[in-house]
Design a protein around this ligand. Sequence first.
Ligand SMILES: *Cc1c(COP(=O)(O)O)cnc(C)c1O
Length: 365
Amino acid sequence: MSIYERLNVRTLINAADSNTILGGSLMPPEVLKAMEEASRHFVNLEELHRKAGERIAELTRNEAAVVTSGAAAALTVATAACITGTDIRKVRKLPLPEGPKHDAVLLRCQRNGFDLAIAQTGVNMVEIGNVEGTAAWELEDAITERTACVFYFVSTLYSQGALPLEEVIRVASARNVPVIVDAAAHLPPVENLWRYTEMGASMVIFSGGKTLRGPQSSGFIVGKKEWIEACRLHVGAGISIGRPMKVGKEEIAGLVAAVERYMSLDHAAEKQRMERIVSEICGKLAEAGYKTRRRYPGPTGQDYPTAGVSRNDLPATEIKRRLENGDPAVITGLSRDRSEVVINPLHLQEDEVPVIIERLLNIGS
Ligand SMILES: *Cc1c(COP(=O)(O)O)cnc(C)c1O
């Protein structure tokens, strides 16, 4: 019996997204192999961290990188780095920061659940703008002696009313304040791994367990050497606010293998695979009376399509519910206006596509 059978946990078909609640993503054999190899030997964790960071930086065309236990942990670690720099006395004082760097500036229209990870450093959250707009002068006014960093979330979920990232970087850089970009799920395109650092962001955060298909509890920060060195003081085996977010040697190894694999993928073929799944689902269901369409871009603005399906005689919320309650359980997304079931090809296995189509054809009335 498999571990899930022994625990009596049902397995799911993930047609939704790289959702944490569903397990993030599935690790390919290369990643599992690296984790298994890593599990057979003791190493010096600081040395492994440093070498893994160097490898990820090289692969992603960045100056430096550091591994974290996920993108949420990276938000904490990057904020902490901006408060403490490489001053070990300051490192040991979080979450009660001393000294002048107390503020993190955020765009009010980008506030989201993950920013608790920023607040837990003890930093003071300073909001600017609103959902109707954010002006450059508002950012200028918010930056003072006390500003540790400015945050930016690249996602279509948080773009309404946001100042463009270029402007944020221009204003903050002129005042020597680091900009931290959260791009956790913002792949593909692969170029995003270096796009924001090339634009001038000091640190950029990615999740290891989403599109990259590394361990679910892994992630990394890429960026400028000085800031990544400060991050190191919050991720290692030493005592810091990042200690409860420790990354094991197996996860570090798995993440490196996942990034290596992602960089060597045929991204055009991968995109074609997703287009093919979307057009097959749309085609087969349209023949059976569904309204279908290719949606673009991906759920938070990524460069891939999803399928939107709906019926006149059954609300999308009910279709979604029936898919979830059936056997096997199929988890889908829902459009923001709740009028369409959204089927995301990102994590679908080849043999799951006919299952989903079959289930939708027999959804009932
Ligand atoms: C998923 C996500 C995170 C958290 O990622 P983990 O790797 O699961 O910690 C943080 N920020 C954003 C914008 C995300 O989408």
